[in-house]
Ligand binder design. Structure first.
Ligand code: AMP
Length: 246
């Protein structure tokens, strides 16, 4: 993968200094958005912003937002649009690491959020990179239902470094232990079967129409996420490198 990525980058402007803009990764829970986002984030030196991670962090810290979000997360539903939009805007504007762009993982999830994002990006791009296109690069990673279930029930992550494993397809060298820092791996509370089925239903109901929204605007790239991880990553990196806003 490293070689492939370097070859793609070889002839282009330095990925670590150029403006990348907003990248949106769409896909069902378990489609691999988190894994792909982390790889792109490393290549380009821009942050991966996962609204799920931000919400879980708020729940863990017991903030006002966390108190509202806690039960929604436990049931697999969606936190209300204004709350998530405000949380995201704050993260982008105050993070200090977003000036060249960022990758959104898990946002937008509703049409309201997609429309909000378009408006927000117009203002934000004009401020940080006047003259650059404000439309996001949108990539949909499509994965079949059975494969999604397998990925979600097998998913484990390291609470220390954030690395994601899968007991079926990408197990750690020693069961339940992170290869990198030796921490005990954890299973997300919402990766149990009842909550998974609610999350997949919420996805079908509210998030699937997003692909139509971006398709009709001609800004959607579709990738078959059932392919090997490296193949998917190669395609994602090519799209980002071309800055292809279709
Ligand atoms: P994720 O880590 O992306 O699977 O998100 C975990 C949970 O956080 C989801 O099941 C939702 O309850 C909530 N969540 C994450 N992102 C959003 C969003 N953009 N809008 C509403 N709820 C969200």
């Amino acid at each position: 993968m490293e070689t492939q990525a370097v070859m793609i980058m070889g002839s282009m402007t330095d990925p670590k200094t150029r403006f990348v803009g907003a990248l949106v990764l769409l896909g069902a829970p378990g489609a691999g958005k988190g894994t792909q986002s982390k790889i792109v984030a490393r290549q380009y030196g821009i942050p991966q912003i996962s609204t799920g991670d931000l919400l879980r962090d708020n729940v863990a810290r017991g903030t006002e937002l966390g108190k509202v979000a806690k039960s929604v997360l436990e049931n697999g539903g969606l936190v209300s649009d204004p709350l998530v939009e405000e949380m995201l805007e704050q993260r982008i504007r105050t993070g200090g690491d977003t000036k060249r762009g960022f990758i959104l993982d898990g946002f937008p999830r509703t049409l309201d959020q997609a429309e909000w994002l378009d408006r927000f990006l117009q203002g934000w791009t004009a401020e940080v990179a006047p003259g650059q296109a404000s439309t996001p690069v949108v990539i949909n990673v499509a994965v079949g239902y059975n494969q999604l279930l397998r990925r979600l029930t097998g998913r484990r992550s390291c609470p220390t470094c954030g690395r994601i494993y899968n007991v079926f397809s990408q197990p750690p060298r020693v069961a339940d232990i992170c290869d990198i820092d030796g921490s005990m791996l954890v299973t997300r509370r919402d990766d149990c079967e009842e909550v998974i089925s609610e999350r997949l239903k919420a996805y079908e109901r509210q998030t699937l129409p997003l692909t139509d929204y971006y398709r009709s605007r001609g800004t959607l790239h579709e990738i078959n996420g059932d392919q090997d991880l490296d193949v998917v990553t190669g395609t994602v990196l090519k799209i980002v490198e071309n800055g292809d806003r279709v």
